[in-house]
Design a protein around this ligand. Structure first.
Ligand SMILES: [Zn+2]
Length: 105
């Protein structure tokens, strides 16, 4: 299920929103997943199907960008999992970024 998530950092107030998950019909070719872009140092959403091996990106579904989820919600997208709380903040570099569901699309 495709959805828009909002990201919000508890420490520096960094805010952004991004698309997560493909639609019912196109998920095999288009599956947007949030990444940390090493070049721009921004959180952005890229097509996992095309970019999964791109060394410029670290996916937020990767353990590297995850802190303690405190037993909170996990946004599951096939075998990809996104933690709700304590993700890596691209701005202040703390594990203090929370994701929440904004709308389904
Ligand atoms: Zn921050």
């Amino acid at each position: 299920m495709a959805e828009i998530l909002k990201a919000n950092c508890k420490i520096c107030n960094y805010k952004t929103s991004f698309k997560y998950g493909g639609g019912k019909f196109d998920f095999q070719t288009y599956n947007p997943v949030p990444v940390y872009d090493k070049t721009t140092e921004e959180l952005t959403s890229v097509n996992y199907m095309l970019e999964k091996d791109n060394p410029d990106y670290i996916f937020y579904t990767d353990e590297q960008l995850k802190g303690d989820n405190e037993g909170k919600y996990i946004f599951q997208n096939f075998d990809l999992k996104l933690n709700q709380v304590n993700n890596y903040c691209p701005k202040c570099k703390n594990y203090s970024l929370d994701f929440r569901s904004y709308m389904f699309c």
